[in-house]
Design a protein around this ligand. Structure first.
Ligand code: NI
Length: 216
């Protein structure tokens, strides 16, 4: 797909930066929790357990190298009703990578996910949220998902600070960035879910959020 068509597709979804999705197209009474950089063999199953016990859903942007190593966790993500996205093979900064390598990273990761669950994901989040026009061309016809709330959970290894930051910044239709590879993020997750529900907001996967559907 060429750049113009990408821009047109993004405009139709609104709440975007060019073709990149940052939140729901319209304010709706739910948010999308997103977890990057896994799956991790210890912490990702803990995140999935908490989501199950809380009756919530999320979207996992996985690295191909970890999806390839832990296909059973990728299967569990999908079987339990969560969405999955492509977060590169091994997390290079795409704006400092050759475009051939960007395309190869995206394709290898699609193949790892396809081999685990039987389909390649439509969603992609570039590492560090770093992209430019050339990167968007190289990754082609995928829905590129950024975020509107950054938990900074990789920096603040404090469950209380993670919860407070999300509580302060969350809005109807937010896409919230977290990482399912830190024990402190796992510890923060239950109170995060409670804080979001206390604001009268529920949960949806990114595809449901973009379609205006609050499901949980
Ligand atoms: Ni990442």
């Amino acid at each position: 797909m060429n750049g113009l068509l990408l821009v047109a597709a993004g405009a139709a979804l609104a709440a975007t930066d060019g073709p990149v999705i940052r939140s729901a197209p319209e304010p709706i009474p739910c948010v999308a929790l997103t977890f990057d950089d896994g799956p991790d063999p210890v912490t990702t199953p803990q995140v999935i357990d908490i989501l199950r016990d809380a009756g919530a859903v999320a979207t996992f942007f996985v690295e191909g190298r970890w999806a390839d190593a832990y296909p059973g966790i990728v299967q569990r993500i999908v079987f339990e009703g969560h969405a999955i996205g492509n977060h590169s093979w091994d997390h290079p900064r795409y704006t400092r990578t050759s475009m051939g390598e960007v395309a190869s990273q995206a394709a290898r990761t699609d193949r790892a996910i396809l081999s685990a669950v039987g389909y390649a994901p439509a969603l992609l989040r570039p590492p560090y949220g770093a992209y430019n026009g050339a990167v968007l061309e190289a990754i082609g016809d995928r829905t590129v998902v950024a975020w509107s709330v950054d938990a900074l959970d990789w920096l603040n290894k404090s469950p209380a600070r993670i919860v407070a930051r999300i509580e302060r910044d969350v809005r109807p239709g937010s896409i919230i960035l977290m990482h399912d590879i830190h024990p402190t993020t796992v510890e923060a997750l239950w109170p995060v879910i409670e804080a979001i529900r206390a604001k009268g907001l529920g949960f949806a996967t990114v595809p449901d959020l973009l379609a205006g559907r609050c499901t949980h």
